[in-house]
Design a protein around this ligand. Structure first.
Ligand SMILES: Nc1ncnc2c1ncn2[C@@H]1O[C@H](COP(=O)(O)OP(=O)(O)O)[C@@H](O)[C@H]1O
Ligand SMILES: N[C@@H](CCOP(=O)(O)O)C(=O)O
Length: 319
């Protein structure tokens, strides 16, 4: 998507004025993305992204927006939310929570090689360390509780073999989450959705991470697993590219050591990452919301990745 809620130029111009961003020169709906209404908002002073949140609430948003501000202030290249005269960074348009953030320079790298994976790995570790003193707390809202609630909702749409797989994996993840080894994993604010389309590069140099609206406090290892499942796979088969995975983890590890326990649980967390996006894609695909432009992601991709991770667990050997 997506423009779920059309914004008029007059309303966008008024908001830009209120945030002291200058005079609106262009407002353009963004087609990609599936969660929120996004526009590129250009003024005579700069380029911004205007987001109207379609699912997240006024209560949930401060966690994400202040996290972005916290990370930006610590030198992590993420879009900084724009405040009004009183410093408020959460706004409203048409009764919906709204934010205006800096537009990042660059493009997505949709065919990453080892060098791109290394930069994402290193920056992810820097981001995890920079988030250690973030004072707000909100769980990962797309975590185990949501999987447990959503699997029964999507189950009627699945073939018997798929239903068996999803239920078996959910039971495995529930047991894992209850284990002492899992409880010991280091945690903090994580991005939780750091796919190729949520990172910008200028040439081959990483310029930033964005789309923090699935962030939450969870294990750092889950963030690593989500990245490996996207940055280091062959998209056609879902198979892991071991060279890229090794490069990603080595770069991460040079900034923040991946502990022995994390290495041990990584294969299980890569299964968790695949399950999480299989469920959300099934949910978006079979229970879509209205949108002026909506492009649902293919659920079968993460079913393949989950089957791959179960059949061929990958172990990170520090090196
Ligand atoms: N801060 C930003 N800087 C540059 N481009 C952005 C920024 N935020 C969003 N975009 C662009 O908008 C697209 C959709 O945003 P995204 O956050 O993925 O949408 P959604 O939240 O609906 O999934 C991105 O793929 C990117 O091209
Ligand atoms: N990355 C998720 C979907 C979330 O959409 P995004 O556009 O906000 O990244 C997926 O690929 O299923």
């Amino acid at each position: 998507m997506a423009v779920f809620t059309p914004v008029t130029p007059d309303d966008a111009a008024a908001l830009a004025r209120r945030l002291d961003l200058g005079t609106l020169t262009e407002l353009r709906g963004i087609q990609s993305g599936i969660e929120n209404t996004n526009y590129f908002l250009t003024t005579d002073r700069g380029e911004y992204v205007l987001t109207l949140f379609e699912r997240l609430t006024f209560e949930q948003l401060p966690f994400y927006l202040h996290l972005m501000k916290h990370l930006a202030q610590r030198g992590i290249p993420v879009p900084e939310p724009k405040g009004d005269a009183s410093g408020e960074i959460l706004h409203a348009l048409y009764g919906k929570p709204t934010a205006v953030v800096d537009k990042l320079r660059g493009q997505h790298q949709l065919a990453p090689d080892q060098r791109h994976c290394e930069q994402v790995g290193a920056m992810l570790a820097r981001m995890h360390l920079a988030g250690r003193d973030y004072p707000r707390h909100q769980p990962n809202l797309r975590g185990l509780a949501w999987w447990t609630e959503t699997v029964p909702v999507v189950l009627p749409y699945l073939e018997p073999a798929q239903a068996e797989l999803i239920q078996d994996e959910l039971a495995f993840q529930q047991a894992l989450a209850a284990s002492p080894a899992y409880a010991q994993l280091p945690r903090g604010p994580i991005h939780a959705d750091l796919f190729r389309d949520n990172v910008m590069f200028e040439g081959d140099t990483l310029t930033g991470f964005f789309d923090f609206y699935f962030a939450g406090v969870d294990t750092w290892l889950f963030d690593i697993a989500v990245c490996l499942n996207d940055w280091c796979v062959d998209l056609a088969t879902g198979r892991l590219d071991e060279q890229r995975a090794q490069a990603f983890c080595n770069a991460y590890d040079r900034v923040r050591e991946i502990t022995h326990d994390e290495c041990r649980l990584l294969p299980a967390l890569m299964r968790a990452g695949a399950l999480r996006f299989w469920i959300s894609r099934l949910w978006d695909y079979h229970l879509p919301r209205d949108a002026q432009m909506l492009k649902a992601h293919d659920p079968a991709h993460f079913e393949r990745i989950l089957r791959e991770r179960r059949a061929q667990p990958w172990h990170y050997l520090r090196g």
